[in-house]
Design a protein around this ligand. Sequence first.
Ligand SMILES: Nc1ncnc2c1ncn2[C@@H]1O[C@H](COP(=O)(O)OP(=O)(O)O)[C@@H](O)[C@H]1O
Ligand SMILES: [Mg+2]
Length: 386
Amino acid sequence: MGELSGIKADLAQVVRLALAEQTEDVRMFAARLVRKYRGSEPDLAEQVDLFLRTKPRSAGAPLRKAAAPALPQQPLPVDDESRLSLLKVFKDPPHREAPLLSAALDESLGQLIQERKQSARLAAQGLTPTRSAIFVGPPGVGKTLTARWLASQLEVPLYVLDLTAVMSSLLGKSGSNLRAALDFAKRSPCVLLLDEIDAIAKRRSDDADVGELKRLVTVILQEVDEWPATGVLVAATNHPELIDPALWRRFDLVVEFKMPDISAVKDATSRFLGPDYALFGRWIDVLSFLFHGQSFSDIEREIHRLRRAVALGTASDADLIEDFIRTRILSLDRQGRIDVAVLLAQQTRLSQHSISDITGVSRDTIRKYTADNRIVTPRIKRKREA
Ligand SMILES: Nc1ncnc2c1ncn2[C@@H]1O[C@H](COP(=O)(O)OP(=O)(O)O)[C@@H](O)[C@H]1O
Ligand SMILES: [Mg+2]
């Protein structure tokens, strides 16, 4: 391979594009061939030109059975049976707020964005920018959100492939549905997110039709390799252990999302409080302490619940926080309870009596720990990360 030249090389390229069902690319390549061979092989050029004219774009692409025609206003691909749209579209402005990301994540995504923005510089060195990435991590830590933000930064739409829709379509058809969606996404600059790809892997283990599911994995495998440099293919999963090792290796970049550490929890708490920070700000350290160990989306849900109660005037912020602490304190060990009690003593105007009542820590103990005005933050970190 790699030794072909002239007409042979061009023929091989046509076959490659045709097999990949990249109909638009076949057309463009054929048009180039017409120009290239007009002088040296006029008969060939004329014949190819004729094919191009007799099969105009709008007549539907013969190579592509399931996909939409390649018009500027191409309709989104849908499953033939259910008519469910297989792709969800998000178009966000670039000033969209960035997700809370660890320094390591920020760096690797930052590089990805720079590569895409300066792809011409890379091309000058014979390099292509990162074309594919896999986001791994527990639920609710921002994988889907980050894919959306990434697209907004690159100023391209985000297409999310609904794998449940693909999988729920008649099993024998999910391959062509998947292909239709992937082909659609390949035709214009975009970020394509294959969200929760473990859906395929899971079905694989408990479904009779293993052959079909294997084929789906194969379809994806091919795409990761052949993804055009105009787009980014992102896959996300909560279950890396279910991912086929063969699939894993093909991604240019592996991005690992982790549960937030205490400082990220604090940032998240402030962010999710929004304008109610003025009200709840004095509880920020206690809240962060109690939220540590939870995902961003759990923290967000809990804070929104508090904010809704305040908005409706159901309870005062102090009562809400007190209730919240009471429920959370049950799952802490003794040291954790003491830490909360000390925080409350140092940072709020609650009496030692109330603190003792809320946390179950005796007033003696609270006094002992607060007497020398110890700073509690370093201990919090150590304890909770153990
Ligand atoms: N890193 C983050 N920064 C800010 N908000 C987040 C972050 N991670 C999750 N969230 C909040 O939780 C919601 C769900 O997160 P999502 O991206 O769907 O998680 P995942 O895809 O990892 O399961 C988001 O819409 C957002 O409101
Ligand atoms: Mg998600």
